[in-house]
Design a protein around this ligand. Structure first.
Ligand code: HEC
Ligand code: HEC
Ligand code: HEC
Ligand code: HEC
Length: 460
């Protein structure tokens, strides 16, 4: 696990560094190594492979066999079962096959009981089931909407989980260790060899600034674009964070910098191999997945799954790639599970309301994400805010009557945040936005009413 939070002064850490260095020096780069030229002669564009290390990568990346196919005929899952919100349109046979597959991918030791109360399979009381349902939607979202990264290969739960409850490669926010009580002062998260950045003494958490937030992430630009040092406002510190991220990306894929760059000029896109563009989208995808799926699940997880700062384990390049240039070396696993390839909607949401001074947007079950036409409804609201520069938008979030009270209250809040963030992303000043918690956030009396899962916005 990529855990950048150890106290650098503890002797355990020192012992670990000594051991890790020993293992690294003993284990890799023993000659002979192979080089493969990937660009024009003289540009230094080559990949250096150690065939023995690569053999281990191959061994660790063998996909499991697909489940035997199931018939699409017969009654649908939503007609037979009580609480199927995502996979309802599968036949009962296909649904059962899917349950067998996710058990194999995520909980082969524990079996069905890992996510289910075996007395009542419809019950949502185990957090693992609630998380799994959202992961299901996340996997569909990645495969449908991030094709510019995952192509037709796509991902399954196995891509990240590999038969384990928690993916092996995840990241947490480190405990800040910025100030040291001597003349050196600010540590700026660096000068300590950290695994996250290939044991270099670069800032050891390049993830919080670059992979966490799909709206406010820092730009990954440090090179000047002119011959003279004019106009380039990037600091050395920014450059160090950028290099930290690049070390992670290289390590996660098991490649050298030249896999994505013509090192004659790191900043230039012309002349970069096409993999750089794939990586560019990968960065945006990781932000999107963390912002919209993983982080909003934080309060579902028990304490022991959270990091030292109380945050949930998040995704970086290594979560899927695990040392391979393509996860599971490009094995086409997802094609055997077409239900994972696109976002399936069993209940359609009501049409959003967008009137000049009032807007209503609806949300899917358990989701704080604006989807489809709901997202489009933001346009009118933004327009109103722009044509009335003195107006304020007051946003209130609501939830339906099913589910736990605490989780629901949080969900209503997250929905309001989503609308606020979309307004800010569209250029509306935060000072013009007010979040107002309604007296009663529950939008209906009983059951799963789609019109209850909403956000109301008043403009005045
Ligand atoms: C990793 C978590 C996970 C595992 C393991 C798992 N399930 Fe599920 N199961 C779910 C989720 C999530 C749903 C709801 C799916 C949806 O909303 O579309 C579900 C729903 C069901 C339902 C529908 C119940 C109802 O009435 O609503 C059945 C039946 C079921 N699972 C059977 C199984 C069986 C049998 C196994 C073991 C082979 C299994 N599941 C293993 C997560 C899991
Ligand atoms: C992009 C990577 C990724 C994919 C794909 C993915 N997961 Fe996860 N999963 C995670 C991360 C990250 C966590 C958070 C781990 C934590 O905080 O403990 C997680 C946690 C979980 C947990 C809770 C584990 C626990 O014991 O606390 C379940 C259950 C789960 N995932 C099920 C699934 C299922 C089912 C699928 C496929 C439909 C899936 N995941 C696909 C990354 C992924
Ligand atoms: C997997 C592909 C990949 C690998 C490997 C990689 N990079 Fe990058 N690099 C990128 C992408 C993509 C960007 C642009 C990111 C963005 O704009 O969001 C970038 C940006 C940069 C920048 C900033 C350029 C600018 O415009 O100012 C530098 C410097 C850099 N990389 C150096 C490196 C170094 C050094 C290595 C090896 C340790 C490396 N990169 C490995 C993909 C990669
Ligand atoms: C959700 C899982 C997932 C995450 C997270 C992820 N990738 Fe990927 N990546 C894939 C898949 C799947 C492919 C294979 C696509 C294909 O077959 O063309 C891929 C392909 C690539 C490729 C193209 C490789 C080649 O030789 O064509 C690059 C480069 C890459 N990823 C870089 C990154 C970087 C950098 C990050 C982190 C910022 C990242 N990926 C995060 C799933 C992921």
């Amino acid at each position: 696990m990529t855990h950048a939070t150890r106290n650098p002064r503890s002797s355990r850490w020192l012992a670990f560094v000594a051991l890790a260095t020993g293992v690294l020096l003993a284990g890799c780069e023993r000659p002979p190594v192979d080089t493969v030229q990937t660009g024009y002669r003289g540009t230094g564009m080559e990949q250096v492979y150690n065939p023995r290390t690569f053999a281990k990568v191959v061994e660790a990346n063998q996909p499991p066999d697909a489940q035997p196919p199931a018939s699409p005929d017969g009654p649908k899952a939503k007609d037979i079962y009580q609480n199927v919100q995502v996979l309802g349109d599968l036949s009962v046979g296909q649904f059962t096959r899917h349950m067998a597959a996710i058990t194999q991918w995520v909980a082969p030791q524990q079996g069905c009981a890992y996510c289910h109360n075996l007395q009542n399979l419809a019950d949502d009381s185990l957090y693992t089931k609630v998380v799994a349902r959202r992961m299901l939607q996340m996997t569909q979202h990645i495969n449908e909407n991030w094709k510019n990264h995952v192509a037709a290969t796509g991902v399954t739960c196995y891509t990240c989980h590999r038969g384990q409850n928690v993916p092996q490669q995840v990241w947490f926010q480190p405990v800040p260790q910025r100030v040291r009580a001597n003349f050196i002062g600010d540590l700026a998260e660096q000068n300590q060899p950290a695994e996250t950045v290939g044991l270099a003494s670069l800032p050891y958490d390049p993830f919080t600034p670059y992979l966490l937030d799909k709206i406010n992430s820092a730009p990954i630009r440090v090179n000047g674009t002119t011959a003279l040092p004019t106009g380039n406002l990037s600091s050395i510190k920014q450059a160090e964070f950028t290099y930290g991220l690049m070390m992670h990306m290289s390590g996660a894929l098991g490649v050298n910098c030249t896999y994505c760059h013509n090192t004659q000029n790191f900043g230039k896109w012309e002349g970069s191999p096409p993999q750089r563009l794939t990586a560019y989208h990968g960065i945006r995808m990781a932000r999107d997945v963390n912002s919209d799926y993983i982080v909003p699940l934080t309060d579902k997880f028990p304490e022991n799954r959270l990091g030292p700062m109380g945050d949930v384990a998040k995704v970086n390049c290594a979560t899927c790639h695990q040392g391979a240039y393509k996860p599971v070396l490009g094995a086409q696993m997802a094609k055997d599970y077409p239900e994972l390839l696109k976002v399936l909607k069993t209940t359609s949401l009501p049409a959003p309301v967008s009137e000049p001074l009032f807007a209503l947007m609806y949300f899917a079950v358990g989701s704080p994400v604006l989807e489809g036409t709901q997202e489009k409804a933001m346009g009118q609201l933004v327009q109103t805010m722009k044509t009335r520069p003195r107006a304020t938008a007051t946003i209130s979030g609501f939830h339906s009557a099913t589910g736990g009270a605490d989780l629901n209250a949080e969900l209503a809040k997250q929905r309001a945040f989503t609308v606020r963030d979309s307004l800010i992303a569209a250029g509306i000043a935060e000072s013009r936005i007010v979040l107002e918690k309604p007296v009663e956030t529950q939008g209906n009396v009983a059951g799963e009413d789609p019109s209850a899962r909403r956000v109301e916005v008043r403009v005045n």
